[in-house]
Ligand binder design. Structure first.
Ligand code: TMP
Length: 412
């Protein structure tokens, strides 16, 4: 069900960064919340919005034209817990250690803040090393898991006001970290102003998010959903934060989420000089034509081809009476299933290890979500791997499925 005001917003399309008029280059159609796993009693009142990606050629920012309100997305029953994956636990351990070695070196009694600290998967390493830290997390259920792991957490959205409160109570931060969160926040001006207050003059703001270059190259359109209001490139980060008083001084590609980028920023006045990597990656983006609208029109065509291929493959399996299930009820799968109109007639159920998702139904298409044990109990003929970004870990864990003749299908 649409809310009247939100339908109205569809016709006021402005770049969220520079206010330039923007035109979506594609419409994925009516979409539910990517993490809105629900019960049958909620089907009738399920919330939908139009998922329309757009590219602003003025400031080079890839964005969705309309994003549902944050309070709708990040609730007290937010079902995404970073620590469910072994690879993610390892990734965040390394992230914490690299931050400690490279950016906290020589600092006396440093203070680390994380925006969107989820279940504490990153900050727990600072807690274990007795480094002063504070997580900011709006979803109370994930924040409680973080606290149970010894991570000091405030259940709040980050804002200028909160930055002032933290500075008064705890002092300025040496480093602010964030992973898979900045791309969720439409109002980056508020974030940047908060960071200007919170960070020491020589402080670092380090964040990582899914990378536009990877998404375009792999046609991984499932990165596009309500929470990801932006998919960043270096050029976009430089343009966005440059106008808000920050300087991009380093960037490092990351393997997470099917291809991410870590960005290191400092205040404009800082003496830290950009690493040569920044120029190199900016040049690579230019070669990939990430600044041109034609790239996104080609991406749209690739999405349509990908949809056709997936639907044809699933229909063929159905025709031959094969059992097909989905593996991992990821937020990304919501875009694929709704865009391709794939429901329970093509996919019997989706197995997932997250207890909060089990017994519920997938957003929009209402495919049952079942525990992982249901997959093991009776292997299907085909499993569609929605957590394709965890492929290595999952293929290793499920070797037996292939041994007995089971097949994997990558949805993109
Ligand atoms: P993500 O792709 O956004 O990280 O979502 C991960 C989802 O996949 C989460 O719901 C947990 C689920 N999952 C499994 O069910 N089994 C697994 O082995 C892994 C790695 C993830």
């Amino acid at each position: 069900m649409f809310e009247e005001k939100e339908v109205g917003d569809l016709f006021r399309m402005q770049c969220k960064i520079c206010q330039n008029a923007i035109q979506p280059f594609m419409n994925f159609g009516k979409m539910p919340l990517a993490n809105g796993f629900l019960l049958p009693s909620q089907f009738q009142h399920e919330y939908f919005y139009e998922l329309m990606p757009a590219f602003c050629d003025e400031c080079a920012v890839f964005q969705i034209a309309y994003q549902p309100k944050p309070e709708k997305m990040f609730t007290s029953s937010y079902p995404f817990f970073s620590r469910t994956s072994q690879a993610m636990r390892e990734h965040f351990k390394q992230f914490a250690h690299s931050a400690m070695c490279e950016y906290l070196k020589g600092r006396e009694d440093p203070f680390i803040v994380e925006l969107g600290s989820n279940d504490g998967i990153l900050l727990e390493h600072f807690a274990q090393n007795k480094v002063k830290h504070l997580g900011i997390e709006p979803s109370s259920n994930t924040a409680e898991v973080a606290m149970a792991h010894g991570v000091r957490t405030l259940i709040r959205f980050f804002s200028k006001e909160l930055a002032n409160e933290i500075v008064s109570a705890e002092g300025h931060a040496d480093v602010v970290l964030s992973a898979n969160v900045v791309c969720h926040i439409a109002n980056l001006q508020e974030v940047a102003e908060g960071l200007q207050k919170l960070l020491k003059p020589d402080g670092f703001f380090i964040f990582e998010d899914p990378y536009l270059g990877d998404m375009i190259q792999k046609t991984s359109y499932d990165q596009i959903y309500d929470e990801h209001v932006y998919i960043f490139s270096l050029q976009a980060v430089q343009n966005i934060f440059g106008r808000l008083g920050f300087k991009l001084v380093d960037a490092m590609p990351q393997p997470t989420h099917g291809g991410s980028m870590r960005y290191v920023l400092v205040k404009k006045e800082s003496s830290v000089k950009p690493d040569a990597r920044v120029k190199q990656y900016l040049e690579a983006e230019h070669q990939q034509k990430l600044h041109l609208v034609e790239t996104y029109l080609a991406f749209k065509q690739n999405c349509e081809r990908s949809r056709q291929k997936l639907v044809m493959a699933l229909e063929a399996h159905k025709k031959y009476g094969k059992r097909v299930i989905g593996y991992a009820a990821t937020s990304k799968s919501t875009t694929i299933l709704n865009y391709c109109n794939i429901g329970p007639t093509l996919i019997e159920f989706i197995c997932d290890t997250t207890p909060l998702k089990q017994g519920r139904y997938s957003p929009g298409m209402h495919i049952p979500v079942k525990p992982h044990s249901d997959f093991l109990k009776q292997y299907p003929d085909l499993a569609v791997l929605f957590a394709w970004n965890h492929q290595k870990e999952i293929f290793e864990k499920e070797k037996n499925f292939v041994k007995v003749g089971g097949k994997w299908l990558l949805p993109l």
